[in-house]
Design a protein around this ligand. Sequence first.
Ligand code: NI
Length: 391
Amino acid sequence: MIDRIRQKAEQYYPEVQAIRHHIHSHPELSFQEFETSKFIAGKLKEWGIEHQTGVAGTGIVGLIKGKNPEKRCIALRADMDALPILEANTISYKSQNDGVMHACGHDVHSSCLLGAARILNDLRDEWEGTVKLIFQPGEEKHPGGASLMIKDGVLENPKPDAIFALHVYPHLPVGTTGFRAGQYMASADEIYITIEGKGGHAALPQQTVDPIAIAAQVITGLQQVISRKGNPLIPSVLTFGKIAGGFATNVIPDKVEILGTFRTMDEKWRYEAHKWIKDFTEQTCAAYGAKATIEIPAGYPSLFNDPALTAKAEGWAKEYVGAANVHTLDMRMAGEDFSFYTHHVPGCFFRIGTNKDNKEFLAPVHNAHFDINEEALKVGVGMMAWMVMAQ
Ligand code: NI
């Protein structure tokens, strides 16, 4: 069976590559994937694959029934959105939408899922169960297309027994895959703090409430809060990426804004930390006579790869790409909205290598020079199909 999948992945490669080039050259921002969605739906229609459009806006849910369709349901997910980056590559399929770029490989994910769908549809008399194809919007943007697809019922009728997604990975060579069982990626919550003091002359601090001095205390103090209140065995990171306030050397401003992100690998500690961040900031500001407003809207949860499912998937990957080409991944403090699915059904989010012999295509994701060695499309298409048929 593996040989037949490989053969078909090879046969459909030119078309999958053309699909990828089309999506890559017509990137659309999160939740605005209108043309991308139409294009994908058009392919499913052309191949006679049953699907529903307009799920959570631009999302698409397809179904392919094998033998005994009731036996199990396996969901395969791809994201469709691009990033607000001006592409710096000089390739024939460069972005035609200036300032928008598929710099996180979501064009690749959608193309691989289409290719796998075609193979699974061709071979539908040779595997059991139902496959649910999920093309989702807005992976890159709060509140995450995955959370909206779930609200719209993507995990019901039929409810998947397992869900898989792949992601490009420029840190591994093409032909390889990467897995990590258990906690893999972090929760990611944004933090918005405003410290309101009382402005005045820099020479007369006693007549002011200096929000800049207080902000300095808050920023350094919060690092201490995270390191002293968090279990050192749970990875956590608190980063402030923006601080804004003030006008001149000799003026104390009225207020300072601080923006940041908190990430961790434990859902209980995640919310405890939010409370510590709020309490510490409020109380520190109050001690100096300032007022603090803190908002920490819940972002993506941490991504948990079901250990049993991941062990099986790793086994299938070893069969498909060879044991030497299956790597164990390190945890990452980045976020990924596939995590929402993993809190409802057993999930496995894995990587496919996209660089060439560690020499080319090394630009990281979210970089204006990002691109892949397209041989990886064959691996992505084949792996997705095999994960369904190997069950
Ligand atoms: Ni991504």
